[in-house]
Ligand binder design. Structure first.
Ligand SMILES: Nc1ncnc2c1ncn2[C@@H]1O[C@H](COP(=O)(O)OP(=O)(O)OP(=O)(O)O)[C@@H](O)[C@H]1O
Length: 410
């Protein structure tokens, strides 16, 4: 194991790069970056006794003040942890920025602070199991070992969830009914069925459908009294694109399912006598009931995303121009959809280097540019900025997540 850490930097070299990269016109960014310089916290390896790496404190110490974002009234973790009413936190952002690590670390912190917590992955490419270094697969609630209070994880299998959806609507996709209706001389309804394109919807589901079904599945779990003890639910959501499409999806599905149900009623009244002869009445009722429940849950999901009292969407990003641009678009879309967003986590910020590493200096300069972009971005500058350093080890397992949680969630 290498003895050097990213913190063994001479302050002089760091200081000179600081002056080089920060111009007086963007002092808030500079100060913001300095916030990440609290010694000790960036070396995950030093948090564990098995690693003998000792970070060096910079010789000079800065008096830092908080980032002058106009979001100072956004309370910290104290407010997030306060109260026993159920709260939902959704973490989202571009792929690979650290959504799972941030979500898992928040879940661990809630559990260690006395909340029965559930962390859910609705990302089709699950990484909760990897993040916790425990097998959490299976699509059911699995206890996570390690935290002081019960923490459960749920990795929703979108394929399975979609199958269930397909089963619920199998008898409604029109094909069987269409033939039947034609035979009965009720062709005028066939066109209407065709218009619904439900069969097509199921064969090539629009992006975001998996996520919507996954979240509605969680709602289904949470409706059950046996899960009423969960007071904090943390969602590790799919990358930005899915999330955005998900937001508009409930309305679309609501409309489609609503149409289908109406049509079913028409068909039912036109053919009930014949249907009862064929004994299909029960199946039809069953399928219609399932569809109706799915529709209700979709509406709940839509409302949940917009409920300021119980829900917060936290955007996770990294200090690159591309990630910041995407976060800005995400924030704009969330605003348009009235989804409450208050915090922005900028993850993987490079701490000062051990040497005159050119690569690090260039990389840091690049990151500073991205941080400056955030402070000037109309969508992002009003959010409470949480800076999370790039630590020197992969964040895996409950101790590492606790370590990260103590840095990020304050
Ligand atoms: N601050 C950090 N310092 C060091 N490593 C980090 C940090 N944050 C995340 N990582 C590592 O980066 C990798 C990706 O993180 P994570 O899985 O949390 O990202 P993600 O946004 O959920 O990815 P995906 O979109 O693929 O689900 C992981 O190996 C994780 O340990």
């Amino acid at each position: 194991m290498a003895k050097a850490t990213v913190w063994q930097a001479s302050f002089t070299s760091y200081s000179s790069s600081y002056h080089k990269f920060f111009t007086p016109r963007n002092p808030t960014v500079a100060v913001g970056f300095l916030l990440s310089l609290s010694p000790r916290i960036h070396t995950l390896s030093s948090a564990f006794p098995s690693f003998s790496i000792k970070p060096k404190r910079p010789k000079n110490s800065f008096q830092v003040r908080s980032v002058a974002a106009p979001a100072e009234d956004v309370a910290g973790f104290d407010e997030m942890v306060f109260g026993t009413e159920r709260k939902y936190y959704m973490l989202g952002g571009k792929g690979g920025v650290g959504k799972t690590s941030c979500a898992a670390s928040l879940a661990v912190k809630f559990a260690n602070n006395g909340h029965h917590t559930l962390v859910v992955s609705t990302d089709p490419a699950h990484s909760l199991s990897d993040s916790f270094a425990q097998d959490l697969t299976g699509g059911t609630l699995v206890p996570v070992e390690g935290p002081d209070f019960p923490l459960f994880a749920l990795e929703i299998n979108p394929e399975k969830a979609r199958e269930e959806f397909r089963d619920a609507t199998k008898n409604n996709d029109g094909t069987g009914v269409k033939e039947f209706m034609n035979g009965m001389g009720l062709g005028m309804l066939v066109d209407q069925l065709g218009e619904l394109k439900l069969g097509e919807l199921l064969d090539t589901p629009p992006p975001g459908l998996d996520e919507a079904i996954a979240i509605s599945k969680v709602m289904q779990f949470l409706e059950s009294p046996q899960y009423s003890m969960f007071t904090r639910i943390v969602f590790d959501t799919a990358p930005t694109g899915h999330t955005l499409r998900l937001l508009s999806l409930p309305d679309f599905l609501d409309a489609s399912i609503g149409k289908i149900l109406k049509l079913r009623e028409k068909i039912a009244s036109a053919t009930s006598a014949i249907k009862s002869v064929f004994g299909q009445e029960e199946t039809r009722q069953n399928a219609a009931g399932k569809l109706e429940r799915l529709r209700e849950r979709m509406i709940k999901v839509r409302d949940l995303f917009r409920d300021t009292d119980s829900t917060e969407f936290v955007i996770v990003t990294i200090p690159t121009v591309m990630a910041v641009s995407e976060s800005s678009r995400l924030r704009a879309s969330l605003k348009k959809e009235n989804v409450p967003v208050r915090r922005l986590i900028v993850n993987q910020i490079l701490p000062p280097t051990a040497s005159d590493c050119k690569f690090c200096a260039v990389k840091r300069k690049d990151q500073m540019r991205a941080l400056e972009m955030i402070s000037n971005d109309p969508e992002l500058s009003s959010l409470k900025l949480i800076q999370s350093p790039l630590v020197d080890m992969e964040i895996r397992g409950v101790p590492a997540l606790k370590f990260m949680g103590d840095i990020v969630w304050k």
